[in-house]
Design a binder for this molecule. Structure first.
Ligand code: GLU
Length: 493
């Protein structure tokens, strides 16, 4: 048997360090067994998936040295590797399950589902919705069918009992069927859900080992049942521990930058970031902290993964990156890497059009552009002194902007401007005044090039991190104040 592993990101946002972490362990496992590693794009959520996000994922993974043997850009014998290009196949598989009596067509509306759930609760029945709850009388089905009402395809799942799932790290896991819904496999728009597409593709792509994040454990019973219904062998499952913030909560962009683009912009070496990800829950047999990708692959053993939540800590990463910078780069290599990072044409060409109108000589460039080549800004409380803004205004503006931009998905300059202008109006500030603390947070001074252009170039994670840093400097709200501000924020946006 040839070992085949895969990583299956959904292209719905910035490339996540968690994706790189899972990809690294899949790649290590495949390489250790002389097998293959596949990249599959799970873009069945058409409203949230974008080609830009897919490209950023591919670029970031390559930058880190996570190369794949088959994938949307390199092709392979099991393509296409993008689920949106495989959608007809999923429908046929869903219909096969219906014909064989393992799935059913469901005409229930969202409103009816709410009522059914409420009525189970009223009767004191504590379980998910099953086929017996969802069934409609035959004449009602006919009526809805004749009227062309929207329907979904759901899989049948046992009402009670226990499902046993084998996990490479955890042994046998037991999960109650009672909490598992009659899962939707095909949505009313004809697109498959994650569960159907994932199982069908893992089978057709001959995946032998599914190494994925712990958050998918609850999906395992449904997947096991689908393999049984189809009569296919199930790959071995391995659920990796989730990455955590230093406070042990699940790694989230609200507390810690999660985008690979942020770490690139911060000037970490890809080798060091990959090394650090390799240390998330895993260690070398001799416990050495610094190792290359190939050293990891040579010594890899999935059984050495420990399940205690690994903490992704920027300070620890910086320390490791420092080792790499000092021990692996001679001055010439340092100069070359620095040039690639700071002075590459792609980055420079975003910055120069903003800077050029404001300079008389090249020696004016560095002072104006230095914040594009920095991490957190060296700002103090005094940096925020302003003739018409009180300290309290500055704190509110920064906090509201942080909350607002946490939800911001479009990160081009116009979307950013419109969105911030909306917030400024809602908070009843003049836009000039409102933008002042943002200028200081992002560029270190208000005497700078356009702040929305700058944020768009720096990217969401770097911008959010600088705003959060600024909020720390001016002092965020107390617990009590947070409650009041949150209420106010929700009422105006
Ligand atoms: N598309 C899923 C994700 O975004 C894949 C999960 C899996 O590996 O099964 O993480």
């Amino acid at each position: 048997m040839t070992v085949r592993t895969r990583v299956a990101p959904s292209p719905t946002g910035d490339p996540h360090v968690g994706t790189a972490y899972i990809a690294l362990f899949n790649l290590a496992f495949a390489r250790q067994h002389g097998g293959q590693f596949i990249l599959r794009i799970e873009d069945t959520d058409q409203t949230r998936s974008t080609p830009e996000s897919e490209q950023a994922i591919l670029d970031s993974m390559r930058w880190l040295g996570l190369e794949w043997d088959e994938g949307p850009d390199v092709g392979g014998p099991h393509g296409p590797y993008r689920q949106s290009e495989r959608k007809d196949a999923y429908k046929d598989f869903a219909m096969r399950l219906v014909e064989e009596g393992n799935a059913f067509i469901c005409y229930r509306t969202g409103e009816e589902l709410d009522q059914l759930r409420a009525s189970l609760k009223e009767q004191g029945i504590n379980r998910a919705l099953k086929e017996c709850d969802l069934a409609l009388p035959a004449d009602e089905v006919e009526k809805r069918q004749a009227a062309g009402a929207p329907f979904v395809v759901r899989m049948k799942v046992p009402v009670d009992g226990v499902c046993e799932v084998d996990d490479m790290l955890r042994g046998t896991i037991e999960l109650d069927w009672a909490i598992v819904d009659a899962q939707i496999l095909l949505k009313s728009d004809g697109m498959p859900t994650y569960h159907l597409a994932n199982v069908v593709d893992d089978h057709l792509m001959e995946i032998t080992h599914v190494i994925r994040g712990e958050e998918w454990i609850n999906s395992a019973p449904k997947h096991k049942l689908l393999y049984q219904y189809f009569g296919w062998d199930m790959p071995q499952l391995c659920h990796m521990p989730l990455l955590r913030n230093p406070d042990k909560s699940k790694l989230s962009k609200r507390k810690n930058p999660t985008s690979i683009l942020f770490y690139k912009r911060m000037g970490y070496l890809p080798e060091a970031l990959l090394n650090y990800l390799g240390r998330m829950g895993w260690s070398m047999p001799d416990e050495s902290e610094k190792f290359t990708r190939d050293q990891m692959f040579e010594n890899f053993d999935i059984q050495r993964v420990s399940l205690g939540g690994p903490v992704f800590d920027q300070e620890k990463l910086s320390w490791l990156n420092g080792l790499w910078i000092r021990e692996e780069l001679d001055p010439a290599a340092f100069a070359a890497e620095f040039q690639k990072w700071a002075l590459n044409p792609e980055y420079l060409m975003q910055i120069i059009p903003l800077i050029q109108p404001r300079v008389e000589k090249f020696s004016d460039v560095a002072p104006l552009a230095s914040f594009f080549l920095s991490g957190m800004m060296p700002i103090t409380l005094e940096s925020f002194a302003h003739k018409s803004l009180q300290e309290e205004d500055v704190r509110r503006i920064l906090q509201f902007a942080v909350w607002h931009l946490d939800q911001q998905r479009e990160w081009d300059r116009d979307s950013l401007f419109n969105s911030l202008k909306g917030l400024s109006d809602a908070m009843e500030f003049k836009i000039r005044d409102f933008l002042f603390p943002l200028f200081v947070a992002i560029a270190g001074t208000s005497q700078s090039v356009s702040v929305v252009d700058s944020m768009s170039i720096l990217g969401p994670d770097m911008s959010r991190a600088r705003l959060r840093h600024a909020l720390d400097i001016v002092g965020g709200p107390s617990k009590k104040q947070t409650k009041a501000w949150e209420k106010e924020f929700r009422s105006i946006v």
